[in-house]
Structures are given as C-alpha cells and as structure tokens.
Design a binder for this molecule. Structure first.
Ligand code: ARG
Length: 560
C-alpha cells in the first residue's frame, strides 16, 4: 500500500495533481508528529495563504477512514496517523510475499541507462583511488536494474595516450618480456616510475616515447604487440580485484576503441562551424559559457581525452539509445565533463541533457594521498586483503567456533571496504581507516551484517513464523515497521539522486530500529500470535536488509 498516494488521493486542491501532492508528503522525523505529514508551506504559493491557515482548512475537510485514523493541523503541517493494524498487515505481507523482489519496481521499463564506471587506466596500478568509482558505479547498476531499467555497465578503459609510448621506451631500456610476465603490473609500474626519473635528465626519452606512441597509432606491429601485452596483463590483474568485489561489466570498450570513430566527429564539428584554430590546435571555443576551450586536436593532429569522450557518447547513443548515460568519475574532472557535454550540445544533439557526470570525492588512507609517477601508491587489492585478514582475526577472537570462518571473513572484509566507501554522501572526501570500517559498533557493515545474522539466529531458534492477526503494535515494533515500509522509496530516490549512500544509511537505520526492538521486546513470548508477529518482523528485516546490502554489492552472512 502506498500511503502517500492514498492520502494525496483524499485531498482536493485545484491546480495540484495527486502525484505532486504525494511527493510533498513526508515521514516526520519525530513520530509524535504522526506517521505522515504534509508541509503546507509547499502549497502557500499556489493557494495564496499562510501554511497555518492551509493546514487548518485541509484538516477540517479531511475525512478519516479505516486507513487513516486521525488528522491534525500543527504549525503549518497536516499530520496524519494511520491505522496501525492495517499498516502492519500490509507491510509484513508485502515483504514476506515479495522476498528478494521487495523494493523493486518497474519504473524503468523500456529504458536503458549506460553507466561508465571504474574505467581504469592500462598499465597503472589499481589503487585505493579507484574504489569509489567501482563501488558507486556497481551499486548504481544494481539499483537501476532493481528499478526495472536495462543497464549497460561500461569500463571505459584508459588505453590510449603517450604513456604507452613511455612504457615501450622503458620496457626496451630497463625490462624484458620475462620480467614483465613475471612481475606483472608491479614491473610495469616500476619501469613507468623509472622512465619519469630518467626523463628528468634525458628529455630525449620523451621524444622517443612520442615516436613510439605514434607507431602504435599507425598500426606498427611490434609496438602494438607490446601494447596488447601491457593491456592483457593489466586486465588480468584488475580482474582479481573485480572478482574479489564481484564486479562485472557489459562492455570494456575503452578509449582506443574510438580510434576510428573520431574522424567523423571532427568532420561534423568542422561542418557545424564549431572548430577554431589556436596555435595550430583545433579547439571549440567555450568562452561564451565561461569555460576554457575544449581541445579537439593537438597541433600535430593527435586526438585528446575529450575527443574520445565525444565520440564515445555518440557511439553509445547510437548503439544503446540510452535514456541516460552516467559517468561515475571523481570531481577533479568536473570541468572536463562540463566542457564535453557542452560541445555535444553545441553539435545540436538534443540528448546532451541525458549525459550526467556523477561526481564523487577522494578516498585516501590515513597516510595521505599518492601518485603513480612517484611510486607511492596504496593498492586496492592490498587494502581489501588486509581488511579480510583483520576480519578473520576479529572472528577468531569473538566466535572461534564459527563454521566457514574464511568465507565469512571474506564477506565481512570486502563488505566493510565497500560499505566504507558508500557510507557518506558521494561527493565527500573519505579517509579510509581499517579499524573504523571493521568496528561492530557505529555506522559499519559488520553492524548491519551482524543484524542479519541475529535475525537469522532468532528464526533458526524459533522456526519460521506462521500467519498472525495484527496485534496492537507498540512504538518499537511500529518504528521497525515504518522503516521497513520506506525501502521502496529509498531505492527510488537513490536512483534519482545517483546516491547509493541513501541505501547504506537506510540499512543502518533499519538495523538500529530492529536492534532497539530486539532488546525491548521479547520475541519468543508466550502469546503465540504475538510471537508469530514478532518473528515475522525479524524475517521481514532479514529480507529487507539482505536486499539493501545486495544493491550495494555486499554479501550477507548467515552467522558471524
Ligand atoms: N580513465 C579515466 C581516469 O582514470 C577515467 C575515465 C572516465 N570515463 C570517461 N568516459 N571519461 O581518470
């Protein structure tokens, strides 16, 4: 039952449709204010009256029924109390019958969303800086699929640029096939760092690098063979992390995929009179929009990051006919996205407005930030493995008899890393701390996973709940029920706002409401009906928390 729509349907205001009215209705933070509330200031412009007057008038006109038990005007708010018995039955029945589909919807039916995320750079280490794009992007993929959209997850590989020329030079001077095949990404990083050290005193190395990059572009066999080897090694290494995190992509079409698709774009830009020449380079002047120019071709004719992004956007529109195309990329690239979206718009593509930069903040370890060139990177794989190890030792000390400790440590460790990255509003910078993400108290994954395990243990001890007739619910029970009922909306707004942290916060709120109930109400009580009702709550919480964690890409554990 959708209470907001139900309430909205019982209120008649000229010029405001039911849907809009339902959107205005909220769940008050303080339950004493009622179960739902309409903030009447949202109507004062339309009705040309004060919120207080509007609330009083609407309250007088409202007739309560078997669903809405009372209405009251308080300080410009219209507060509703619902019939808790009906609400209880509706909520529990819906969750138990829908199970793993609870919270899903079909609002996205027939629409495709492209999500460009993770988008790693070939021959560069996968460091902690890639954590956010990978887990935010994956969560958005899952959330949108849950909402009925068709999702295309794209890893827009950074596999194009002079750095590959540099690598070839470094490889020829200081490495070998054997060393690279053995040392893998670590060896590639080592020689990349070495190149930059050496190039300081030998600038001719940079010219060499440019020459080799040109050779790759021109299809030279030997250079391309090396490039393909670097690419293969990187993808194999990165795949280990994707496996640890359970991340999958539908497409790995990266920057070099657009090599043969940029010519027509440059031509189109020319034809539409958008290209200007500046110091030999081809640019799109964006001064009118208060932005520096967008570089399309360098003076030597080579293309740029933005050229490839424009070509990729056009390709994706043609291939997938997306409803939206999201780019989950750090805020450091804000300007790049604003520029290239503008160029697409100036090209006359009306779908430019469907391109969305989903920006997020930086992740760093307590020890500070890092750079590949200087060689001081914190590898994501090391962070995840260390978290798993630490999770193992926590389990070892708290529950040494647990079966399958290794598997549990894996779920808890990776979960902690993912949850840590999805816990706050995505634009905030995060400082990663092992102890914090693994704590069983506070806003952590172990806390939520433990709550699922707790529900599970209650259900195992007492058996599956039988049907019940809704009793008069107390405040702690009711608090869990209202949290449970919110899930569908939370998922919807996480999608609308590109904000998986709404699901993370929700999981924490639901877990904490359940734990409060667990400690204040005896589940295995004498009264059979009450016992079945409370067991049903535990089951509904288990289902809903499992669904929420699934959307975030986190596994639940049966026991911990
Ligand atoms: N590889 C880029 C980087 O690491 C991110 C690419 C993001 N996607 C895109 N279409 N520009 O900075």
């Amino acid at each position: 039952m959708d209470y907001k729509s139900y309430i909205a349907g019982k209120i008649n205001i000229e010029g405001v449709c039911t849907e809009q009215l339902a959107d205005f209705i909220e769940v008050p933070a303080n339950p004493d204010m009622g179960d739902f509330a309409l903030p009447c200031f949202k109507l004062s412009k339309i009705l040309r009256s004060s919120p207080i007057n509007i609330a009083v008038n609407l309250a007088n006109d409202f007739s309560c029924d078997e669903v809405i038990s009372s209405v009251e005007a308080v300080n410009g708010y219209l507060n509703f109390k619902i019939n808790r018995v009906g609400f209880t039955e509706n909520t529990i029945n819906e969750i138990l019958s829908l199970g793993s589909n609870y919270g899903s919807s079909n609002i996205g039916e027939g629409k495709t969303i492209c999500i460009d995320y993770s988008s790693i750079n070939i021959a560069k280490p996968f460091h902690i800086g890639h954590l956010s794009t990978t887990v935010i992007g994956r969560a958005l993929c899952k959330i949108y699929r849950f909402l009925g959209y068709k999702v295309v997850g794209i890893n827009h590989l950074g596999d194009y640029g002079t750095q590959f020329g540099k690598l070839i030079v470094a490889y020829k001077n200081w490495s070998s096939e054997k060393a690279v095949l053995e040392g893998r990404l670590k060896e590639l990083t080592r020689i990349y760092v070495k190149f930059h050290e050496e190039a300081k005193n030998h600038p001719e190395l940079d010219d060499e690098a440019r020459r080799y990059f040109k050779l790759i572009e021109d299809g030279d066999k030997e250079s391309n063979k090396l490039f393909e080897m670097f690419k293969k090694i990187t993808l194999e290494e990165v795949d280990k992390i994707y496996k640890l995190l359970n991340v999958e992509f539908d497409s790995y079409a990266g920057e070099s995929f657009y090599n043969d698709k940029m010519g027509v774009i440059v031509e189109e830009l020319n034809q539409k009179g958008l290209i200007k020449t500046s110091d030999g380079a081809s640019i799109v002047d964006l001064s009118e929009y208060d932005m520096p120019p967008c570089l399309i071709l360098k003076s030597d004719g080579s293309t740029l990051y933005a050229t490839r992004d424009i070509a990729a956007a056009v390709y994706r529109k043609n291939t997938y006919d997306f409803y939206k195309c999201l780019y989950v990329v750090a805020y450091q690239q804000n300007l790049h996205f604003k520029q290239f979206f503008k160029v697409v718009e100036l090209m006359g593509k009306d779908w430019a407005k469907e391109l969305v930069h989903v920006a997020y903040g930086m992740v760093s370890l307590e020890s500070g930030s890092m750079s590949t060139r200087a060689g001081n990177v914190v590898l994501l794989e090391d962070v995840i493995n260390k978290t798993i190890e630490k999770a193992y030792s926590v389990i070892e000390s708290k529950n040494p008899d647990l079966k399958d400790k290794e598997k549990t440590a894996r779920a808890v460790g990776t979960g902690a890393v993912i949850f840590g990255a999805l816990c706050n509003n995505k634009i905030k910078d995060i400082v990663f701390s092992y102890d914090r993400v693994l704590s069983f108290e506070g806003e952590t994954c172990p806390y939520v996973q433990y709550t699922v395990a707790r529900c599970n243990s209650v259900l195992n001890k007492n058996g599956e709940p039988c049907s019940f007739t809704a009793p008069k619910v107390n405040d702690d029970e009711f608090a869990v029920l209202t949290e449970l009922a919110k899930f569908k909306e939370v998922v919807k707004s996480a999608g609308e706002k590109y904000e998986p942290s709404l699901v993370t916060r929700y999981a924490l709120d639901l877990a904490s409401a359940f734990n409060k109930f667990y400690f204040s109400c005896k589940i295995a009580c004498e009264d059979e009906n009450l016992k079945n009702f409370r067991l049903s709550i535990a089951k509904a919480v288990k289902i809903t928390l499992t669904n929420a964690l699934n959307l975030l890409g986190i596994q639940v554990v049966e026991e911990m």
